[in-house]
Write a protein that binds this ligand. Structure first.
Ligand code: NDP
Length: 350
C-alpha cells in the first residue's frame, strides 16, 4: 500500500482533520465523495490502483491541489489487514464511510469473488479502526435492501427491523450477493455488540440504485450493475419484450439522495447505532420506459412498445420514515432519477 502524501506524491497530502471514504472508485462512492467535498470535508479515499486514484484527483484537481483530497491504495479488501495502514492518517480520521463491496453482474467463485470481500472487508475495516484509529467517532457502512429481503414470507411493510434470513450455506449456492450483504452487515453489528469499540456504527440499506454515471469507466461494459438495466433499454436489447422484470427488487433510490444519506449519517448525532432503509419508492421497467419515451421521442425505435406493467397490485410496502426524519432526506422522484441517468449515459455516447 502506498499513501498519497508520502515522498512520491507530496503535493496531495490532506492537511486538516480528515475523513476517510473507502472504495472511492465505485458508482455510489463517487457521489458520496462529491457530497463530502462540497460540504467542506477533507477526504482520503481508498482505491485499488494508482490509475483509479489519479483519475479521482484529476476530477477534483482543485481539491487535490488545496490538500483537501488524497487517496490511499488498498488491495483486495478480502485479505487480512487490508485496511490496517489505510486507517492510520496524520491528521487522524474522525469518520469512515465504507462503501467498497462487490456488486458484480456475474462471478465465478461465490466465496472468493463475493462473500469474502464483502464480509472480510467489513470486519477488516472495523478491526483496523479499533486497533489503529482511536480518533474515529463513527463508521457508516453501505449495506443493502438485499440484507432485508424476505423472499418466502415478505412482510407487508419493510422497515429497518427487516432482516434477510439467508445462511452462509444458502449463499454458497444461490442469492450469493444477498447473502454477502446480509452476513457482512450482521458481522458489523455483531462486532460492535461484542467488541464495544470507541466508535459507533450506522448502516445504510438502499434497494436498487439508479442515477447519473459519474464514476470513471474503462468502457461502457464496465458500467455499475444497477444502472445496467437502463443501459440495456437504451441499447435496444428489450425492444421486442412485452415483460421486463426489475433486476433485484421493485423499489429504488436515486444515488444522489443515497450519497447525502451517507454523509448525513456521519453528521447527525442520533444516527449512531441505527440502520437506515433508504428508498424513494416503487418502480417498474414499464414506468422507466415510459419516462424515457416521453423525454426522448428520438429514442422510440429502441424502446419496447408493448411492455406490460409488472408491478403487482399487492406488492410489499416500505417505511422510509426514519431516513426522512433522522437524516432529513427528501427523495427525488423516479422521473428525475431516470431522466438524469439517461442524460449521463447519452453523454457517454450510448
Ligand atoms: P460498484 O461496483 O460501482 O462499486 C464497488 C466498489 O467496491 C468499487 O470501488 C470496487 O473497487 C470496490 N470493490 C469491490 N470488490 C473489491 C475488492 N475485492 N477489493 C477492493 N475493493 C473492492 O458498485 P456500487 O457503487 O453500486 O456499490 C457500492 C456499495 O453499495 C456496495 O457495498 C453494494 O453492495 C452497495 N449497494 C449497491 C446498490 C446498487 O443498486 N448499486 C444497492 C444496494 C447496495 P474497483 O472500482 O476497484 O472495482
Amino acid at each position: 500500500m502506498s499513501k498519497v502524501g508520502e515522498p512520491d506524491a507530496p503535493e496531495c497530502a490532506v492537511t486538516q482533520d480528515a475523513d476517510c471514504l473507502a472504495g472511492g472508485s465505485g458508482f455510489i462512492a463517487t457521489h458520496v465523495l462529491r457530497v463530502l467535498l462540497s460540504r467542506g470535508y477533507n477526504v482520503v479515499t481508498t482505491v485499488r490502483s494508482a490509475t483509479k486514484g489519479d483519475k479521482i484527483l484529476e476530477t477534483y484537481a482543485d481539491y487535490a491541489k488545496n490538500k483537501k483530497l488524497a487517496y490511499v491504495i488498498v488491495g483486495d479488501i478480502a485479505k487480512d489487514g487490508a485496511f490496517d495502514e489505510a486507517v492510520q492518517s496524520d491528521p487522524p480520521f474522525s469518520y469512515v464511510i465504507h462503501t467498497a463491496s462487490p456488486f458484480p453482474s456475474s462471478f465465478n467463485d461465490p466465496v472468493k469473488d463475493v462473500l469474502e470481500p464483502a464480509i472480510n472487508g467489513t470486519t477488516g475495516i472495523l478491526k483496523a479502526i479499533q486497533a489503529h484509529a482511536p480518533s474515529v467517532k463513527r463508521v457508516v457502512i453501505t449495506s443493502s435492501f438485499a440484507a432485508m429481503t424476505q423472499d418466502s414470507t415478505p412482510p407487508k411493510i419493510y422497515d429497518e427491523s427487516s432482516w434477510n434470513p439467508i445462511t452462509w450455506d444458502e449463499a454458497l449456492t444461490s442469492k450469493t450477493y444477498r447473502g454477502s450483504k446480509t452476513l457482512a452487515e450482521k458481522a458489523a453489528w455483531d462486532f460492535v455488540d461484542t467488541e464495544k469499540p470507541a466508535f459507533d456504527l450506522s448502516t445504510i440499506c438502499p434497494p436498487l440504485v439508479f442515477g447519473p454515471v459519474e464514476q470513471q469507466l474503462s468502457n461502457i461494459n464496465s458500467l455499475n450493475t444497477s444502472n445496467q438495466q437502463i443501459l440495456n433499454i437504451l441499447q435496444g436489447k428489450h425492444v421486442h419484450d412485452t415483460i421486463l422484470l426489475p433486476a433485484g427488487s421493485s423499489i429504488f433510490t436515486d444515488v444522489r439522495d443515497l450519497a447525502l444519506a451517507h454523509v448525513r449519517a456521519i453528521e447527525v448525532p442520533e444516527a449512531g447505532g441505527k440502520r437506515f432503509f433508504v428508498t424513494a419508492g416503487h418502480y417498474s421497467c414499464k414506468r422507466i420506459v415510459d419516462i424515457i419515451r416521453a423525454s426522448h421521442p428520438e429514442l422510440a425505435s429502441v424502446l419496447p412498445k408493448n411492455l406490460q406493467e409488472d408491478l403487482p397490485a399487492d406488492i410489499y410496502g416500505y417505511d422510509n420514515g426514519r431516513v426522512k426524519s433522522t437524516l432529513g432526506i427528501e427523495f427525488r422522484p423516479l422521473k428525475e432519477c431516470i431522466d438524469d441517468t439517461v442524460a449521463s449515459l447519452l453523454k457517454l455516447g450510448v
